[in-house]
Design a protein around this ligand. Structure first.
Ligand code: G6D
Length: 341
């Protein structure tokens, strides 16, 4: 009917990577809110949602040019895997994984989930539209055993919900703990930093980490610490309590929700997940040469909220196991609702 807006997916050229053409998908819902992603790294390049006055602006950190994602990206918007976070000495069982952070392994190693071009196709359901990205991580990839088939589907709904669904199958026992590494800034086009945002999480415990940012194995209570976000807390207050900021795994409890709110724009992000934990990375002290919205990347420009199982789980039996086996399909999900208050 004339005038009726419809869920729409547009696929367009984005760049070239090692002679492969890279495409961007632009998903627009009936409210004209937009979700953008590319098949390189299954990177979320933009989420454009209304503020309290209806002004639609981007609320995630990203680059203007594809080359910047390849050259020097701190995993902006990317799917991270096979295993997110650090693994001490890159050692699991009899396997030696790539040591790509000093003597340790981080974010699946080199040239892997976040840096490859994924197969992709548009998927449409009644009230949501999405893109399914698929990748085969071959046996031996960065030292991991087993051929791993992974599909990450991003749906964009008419309710301004980004749904992320991950499925995986392996032909040998291996380990798997993916995340998405989107950095949020609800002010719109990063016109302000995130210090006035409030963060609230259903998390009674956090994982203590050592000087290499590896969990010590101790899950400490958040009560009476800087890590207590059980009630909404301004990031400014949290950073005052802990000036070195947060690069911290929190164990989620109860309904496993996380809320980020920006009182200035009125935008709120409500996340819900079936994963055990969220790593909060506050970008404290990140002063970089690359540009985000035409300005140098700087401290507190965004906040990454990475849902996953607790990091370095292979070395801590009390953390959820990330071992996966053949002949099963593993499924994980996180939903991100963008609304206003
Ligand atoms: C992850 O925990 C890590 C950080 O230490 C790192 O700097 C970032 O990814 C790029 O969140």
């Amino acid at each position: 009917m004339y005038g009726v807006k419809r869920l729409d997916a547009r696929k367009q050229h984005y760049g070239w990577y090692e002679e492969q053409e890279v495409f961007e998908y632009v998903l627009t819902n009936d409210r004209q809110a937009v979700f953008r992603c590319i098949d390189y790294g299954a990177v979320v390049t933009g989420i454009e949602v209304p503020d309290q006055f209806g002004k639609i602006e981007n609320v995630v950190l990203g680059f203007k040019q594809f080359e910047d994602y390849v050259n020097d990206s701190p995993y902006f918007g990317a799917v991270v895997g096979r295993v997110a976070g650090r693994i001490a000495d890159g050692a699991w069982s009899d396997y030696q994984l790539t040591k790509n952070e000093g003597q340790h392994h981080i974010h699946g190693g080199n040239h892997t989930f976040s840096q490859r071009v994924w197969e992709s196709r548009v998927v449409k359901e009644q009230d949501k539209i999405g893109v399914a990205f698929s990748l085969v991580s071959p046996d031996g990839d960065n030292g991991y055993p087993g051929n791993l088939h992974v599909t990450v589907t991003y749906f964009w709904t008419n309710e301004n919900v980004w749904e992320m669904l991950v499925t995986a199958e392996t032909d040998q026992v291996t380990i798997f703990n993916p995340t998405n590494h989107t950095y949020f800034n609800l002010s719109g086009h990063t016109k302000r930093d995130i210090l006035n945002h409030t963060l609230q999480m259903n998390a009674r415990n956090y994982a203590e980490i050592n000087e290499s940012k590896l969990p010590t194995g101790r899950l400490l209570p958040v009560a009476n610490t800087a890590f207590d976000f059980r009630k909404p807390k301004k990031m400014k207050t949290a950073i005052k309590e802990r000036p070195k900021g947060f690069d911290t795994p929190f164990k989620l409890s109860g309904d496993k929700t996380i809320q980020l709110h920006d009182p200035d724009s009125g935008r709120t992000l409500v996340m819900e997940t079936d994963r055990e934990a969220v790593v909060v990375f506050s970008t404290t002290g990140m002063e970089e040469d690359y540009l985000v919205d035409d300005e140098k990347m700087s401290s507190h420009r965004g906040i990454a909220l990475e849902t996953q199982e607790l990091p370095d789980a292979v070395n801590h039996s009390e953390f959820c196991s990330i071992v996966i086996e053949p002949e099963k399909t593993y499924r994980y999900w996180t939903k991100y609702l963008f609304t206003t208050q």
